[in-house]
Structure formats: C-alpha cells, structure tokens
Design a protein. Sequence first.
Lengths: 341, 339
Amino acid sequence: MPELRKDPIIGRWVIISTERAKRPDQFGGQPERSPDEKSCPFCEGHESQTPPEIYAIRSKSALHNSPGWELRVVPSIAPFLRIEGELDRRGKGMYDLMNAIGAHEIVIETSKHIDNIADLSEEQVAKIITCYIDRMMDLEKDTRFKYVLVFKNHGWIAGAGRIRHARSQLIATPVNPKRVKEELVGARRYYDYHERCVFCDLIKQELQSKDRLILDIDGFIAIAPFASRFPFEVWILPKKHSCDFTALDMPARLDLGRILKQVLSKLKKGLDDPPYNYMLHTAPFRREKLGYWKSIDNDYHWHIEIMPRLTRMAGFEWGTGFYICPLSPEAAAKFLREVEV
Amino acid sequence: MAELRRDPITGRWVIVDTDHPNTPADFEHEEHSWKGGVCPFCYGNESLTPPEIDSFRDPHTGPNTSGWQVRVVPNKFPALQIEGDLDRAGSGIYDMSNGIGAHEILIETPYHHKDIPDLLDEEIEKIIIMLCRRALDLVKDRRLKYIMVFKNYGPAAGASLEHPHTQIIALPMVPKNVKEEIEGARRYFEYRDRCIFCDIIRQEKQDDERIILENNHFLAFCPFVSRFPFEIWIIPKKHSSYFCHMSPEEIPDLAVMLKDIISRIKKIFANPAYNFIIHSSPVETAEGVEYYHWHIEFMPNLTRVAGFEWGTGFYLVQTSPELAAQYLNKSATHGAQQS
C-alpha cells in the first residue's frame, strides 16, 4: 500500500510509492555529452574569459582577474536579474509587474577543472561556505534585495551548463520568494502552537528513530526527510539551533564542509555521479519592519536540501504539488549509510 | 530590462526575459524518440493490462478484447489504490495517511504512434467524453476529494510508456497547488464579486497580444505569467467550475482546439515532450462555484527546472508569452501556405 506523508513544515503531501518501488541500485546517473575542456573559461589562467571578478580567495600577492586564486565569484554572463536600475512596481490591467532587479553571481568553486564538489578537499568546501557567507553579507547591504538564494545545479538534467567545472550560484531577489515564505510561515505556525522549533523537533525525532539518519557528525546531521519528494533527497541540518546561516563560525564552517563533502561523495559513489541540485534555506534579510521578524530567531532553522534528479517531474507533480517518490526515505538512508567514502 | 510578473491567482512571481528573448531554435529540448518493444496499450494486447474499467468499442465486442477506440484501465503500478478505508495517522511530529485513491489510464488510441494531432476530431471527442465520464463516476466515491486529469507525453515529460495515454488520479485530499489556486481565486471573488478567470479572458481579449486561437466556446492564449516558454492555456469562455460538466456543444470545440494547439507546437519544435493538466474545481456542489473556472494548462518540455526554481518557486521564462503567441500564430499561417 502506498503511503501519503505530509511535510510538517510547509504542509506538502508526498506519495511514497512502495508498489512501484525501485531498488536503490536501479536509479543511476546518465552518461552525458562532455564539452571541450581546454576552452573552459572557469579554469585558472582563463580569467579574462569571465566578467571581472566580484570576490576571490587568492594569495595576497596575486592580482585581480589573474591566476593564483582558490575560488572566484563573477557576475553571470546571462543573468536572470540585473543589478542596475530601480524596482518600479506597477500594474497592467489586472496584472502586476516590476523590473527584474537583482543580482546573479557565479561561484567558481575551484581553479582546477573538477566537476563535482565531492572531489574537493574539506578545507576547500569550507572556503566555498565562507564565500557564500561573505557574498550574502555584502548583498544584504543593498536594501533593494530581500533574499539571497544559494544553490547548485550539478549535471545537465539538473540545469547545469555543458561546461563541467564545479560552480554554484547566488541570486538576490527583490521579493521574498513564495517557497521561502511558505516554509517561514509553516515554521512560525508550528512555533506559535508548540513554542518549539519544528526543525529542532525533527532533529530530535530523527536522532531517536535513526531510520532516516545518514550521518551524525560534528554538530550536524544528514537525513533522508520523512516526506522526501525525490529518491535520495538529503537534508543537512545543524544540531544547534540557528536561523541564520551567515552566523556560522569558522570551526563550524569546516564541520559543515566535512559533512557536505561526505554526503555528496556518498551520492556520487553510490549512484554513479547523479545530477543533483542543492540549495541553502536560511532566513531572509531581516531589516526593520514592524514586528515582522519577531520570532524568526526562535522559529526558523537554516539547513541545506540536496535533491538528486533521478526521476522526471510529470503532469501530476506540476498540477498538484504532490510528489510521487518511488523509494522510501528509510531505504534511501540505509543505502547511503552503507556507502563507504 | 527583464520583467518580473506576478500571477494574480497564486501570487507566484515569474521572471520574463524581454531583453534577449529565446527564439524556438535556442531551446535544446529532448526529442521524443520511439523505442518500440511490446506495448501493453496496443490493439491486440488487451490481456497485458489489468481488466478494463470502461471503453468505447464496436458493438458485439466484449471487454478486454480488440475492437475498441478508447480504453480505460487501472494503472498496473498505481500511485494510489482504490481498496480500503482512509486511515490517517501520526508518528511523532509527522502525519501520514494510507494511499487511498484511484489511478486510471485512458488509452487514447489503438495506434502506438498516433498523438492527438494525428487523430480525427471525432476520435479526440471520444477521449474528452470518456474523461468526463470517468470523472463523473469517481466523484461518487465520498473518500475522494479531488480528480486530477493530466497527460505526460515523452520520457522528458515523465511518461514511462510511449503509447499515447492520459491519466486520471483521484486523491483523498485537495492537493496543495490546487488549494492555492482556489484560495487565490476565492479571495479575488470576495473582493470584486467577479471570477478572476472571466476577468483574465476579458483582459486577454482586450490586450490581444497573447491570444492564439478562439472559437465559439474556447479561448487559447499564452498566459501573462507563464512559468514555461510556450505555455498555453485553453479555457472555456462560459463560466463553469467542473470540466466534467462540459456541454455537448463544447466538446467538439475543445477537440478541434486541442488538436490545433498541439499541431502548432509540433510545427515549431521537433516532437517535444509535453504535459497538459486539467485544472478543475473539487466537486462539492452540483451547480459549481462562482469563483473557480476550469481550464487546461499545456506545457511543452523545453527547459530544465533547476535549483533556482526549486528553491524559490520563481520561474525564469526566456521567451515572453507575447513573443511565443506570435510564433504560434505564424506557425499556423505557415502551415496553411504549405497545404
């Protein structure tokens, strides 16, 4: 009998389909066309092929936009949103619109031609985390922006480009996105009733039952969420409550780098380098707004969601917002626990 | 400057690239290719499906034999099952329910390679009539709260079998996206005492920038807040909340329009995968509701949904609906000149 499960935070239902269940090894990455590596604009020595850098971690002596860096951030050459101009909110008959103001930045995660963040060192992954934090704190100064989404598309199916050089993206938006708002509202509703953080409760329950636990190291846990939308969906959460990712201190950044690398390495090894997306869920910029953020410090808990893209979204998922997950998170967690990295 | 547009129904924002719009040739879509093999939906293979629920067939032919035009069978691997009582339960902070519901497959044609544009108008009408008939039957089951009708065409759109088929899923609860849409429509109605979809029809006809087709009973247009390039809505001009209450005069008009729309998409793009979804009100009252208006949302599968869309619920549309409507209109004239 298939099972319907409800996400306790945003109220989304998921169908865990045991009838059409696949064994974990029946999901697998797909071979992809590989582009020319010599012409990669993201490799060290090719700095002139990207727009001028916004940020870099490089040795003190090295010049901007020249070799000698460990990580670079450049503006997107095909930005979704543009930094110049005013918002200009307006109506058009019954419709509402505004200018697409925002920022769209590309984090080049390594100077070497490496495709998967799983193949970088823990220290390098920690530098990526530091870079996210530095960029978010800088973008927060621009009062036109309400939120920054940090995310990664790995593999063609997951929306990555043809060039296989590890990068992630930051997009600052002038409105709080719908999905983010839903999660914030769901978390607040739970807090209003229980006076506890829903994520802290979730962590407690997952540590107790252990069925969906993948890793529990250094103050972070990785779990297959109870209402997984996708097979092998993984969430990484800090055990210590905090709504704000940018408040992470240096030692914790290294710990996060370690668990992130381990989870991605397990996915890569166990599922043959599948396409995936991950995104950071953290509190929006909290500017003064009467009473608006009064309990977010207590009710929200930042985390990272990783979604391997092994199944296709179909009409049913688009239409209903219901997901059919052909593998139970318990089976996924067991499989991933057993992958040695 | 690109535009951010807000969906008046759900409040979702969409980024429309009006600066450097994509032309059809810019999309790297996955072409639907035929793999072949034994197909349980083909004529003569009736014994390979679970026993049929309903069909249109020649007189004097029995169920589960050849001689059919349209066939409805239970899904062999259902996402939900019809047997049992709804059993809701909690587990610590989590809520769950058993998967009660129905999952049926409507096999649109005996022919493996015929998609809707390849069928006769009467054949498409039979598909529509059968969809209505199944929905009317399923609403009698009090455990079921919502009936979802949709089609996945091509593997990129999630179809696991290539023989053209439409799916019907009846759910024990009203799903989130539907609830949001209905709530949005209800709020609009409470404020203005008008159906938001009727207002959209009026505005689209007035703007006349996004309309593709109009006949007596239906309008097809690229919505102002498209989430996907070349997204198309087909909507009945007369207000009605349930698709399964379609009048006999409306059915031929819908058949013709559906065929024309999909033909135009296929003229522009080489056999793209696509989805369409019928958005209808949950059936609660016989006469329907004033604030909700059923319609079909058609989405060719041209782009890949990536981390940004997942994380934010924001969509990026690289061909504005105004431009998409122009391409779709041109493709019709082009076709007419050819024939």
